[in-house]
Write a protein that binds this ligand. Structure first.
Ligand code: GDP
Ligand code: MG
Length: 254
């Protein structure tokens, strides 16, 4: 049976990880999966992860003391994941775990990538304040101008995506910046992408780590990718509506 690895980077998320594991379990009922936390926390998150991994054999974690950073964490998670399909999801429940089930259905239907979107009919970015909307909108606009591979993707700057592991087998992924998905989209091998609508949620525990340094790192990352990105043509992006997504979940997962 095919297996899904959900990679979750954590930095001081002790109030969220338990809920996250429970909700991922509900979402992936009947599906073979593991959750791989890559943790750089300075609070009690590692203790909570230790307890969760003892209680649930699907949960693994690595607590790093020699390295930090969101991008390095996600790439590390992809490298140690055992699944045929890999997903990346934030720990703070801003990405609703229930979306993992339709994402998995999208890959089972044959797509190489599934990218949930806040920007298509049925999606909602309501969890963001006006300042974050402005930063995120500008980041998307700059990314799309600089990198042709992002142009057809409506929401390339979130940290929520799922893909077939072989897409990154030969990819030179460099852990620069905050937006790991644009690195993966620019550097890996794929042909078909499915977008499904989702509603971005409010953070209810812990704090955002977004800073102006992170914004600068994004610009640096985009600039580097202009030269490094794999040249490719013929990527097909398909958008599912909410009701079509429900039908596809029934068809491909049951
Ligand atoms: N391992 C690791 N995870 C991080 C780091 N910085 C942020 N994260 C995690 O990355 C995810 C997104 O971070 P968040 O601060 O919520 O970003 P925002 O949603 O853009 O405000 C969360 O799960 C964080 O815990 C880091 O330096 N290392
Ligand atoms: Mg967040």
């Amino acid at each position: 049976m095919e297996m899904l690895s959900v990679v979750v980077p954590t930095f001081n998320e002790k109030g969220n990880v338990e809920n996250l594991v429970r909700q991922i379990g509900d979402a992936l009922n009947g599906i073979e999966y593991e959750i791989v936390f890559i943790d750089d926390s300075t609070d009690e998150t590692p203790e909570v992860l230790q307890k969760l991994s003892e209680e649930n054999s699907r949960v693994r974690y690595e607590h790093r003391t020699n390295e930090t950073g969101l991008a390095t964490a996600v790439i590390r998670g992809f490298r140690i994941a055992k699944g045929d399909f890999l997903a990346c999801m934030d720990a703070d429940l801003q990405h609703p775990p229930a979306i993992l089930r339709p994402m998995y259905a999208a890959l089972r239907s044959g797509a190489d990538f599934c990218i949930p979107s806040r920007m298509i009919p049925g999606g909602d970015d309501g969890g963001l304040n006006w300042y974050r909307k402005l930063v995120s909108g500008t980041a998307r606009w700059i990314g799309k101008i600089a990198l042709p591979c992002l142009r057809k993707i409506s929401d390339p700057t979130s940290g929520l995506f799922m893909f077939r592991k072989e897409c990154i087998e030969h990819a030179d992924l460099r852990p620069v910046g905050w937006k790991i998905m644009i690195e993966v989209l620019a550097m890996s091998e794929y042909r078909s992408v499915i977008e499904i609508p989702y509603a971005f949620q409010n953070r209810t525990s812990g704090e955002s780590k977004l800073s102006s340094k992170v914004t600068m790192q994004y610009l640096q990352q985009v600039a580097g990718l202009i030269f490094r990105a794999t040249k490719r043509r013929g990527i097909v992006v398909t958008r599912w509506t909410n009701s079509y997504t429900d039908n596809m979940v029934k068809k491909h997962i049951g």
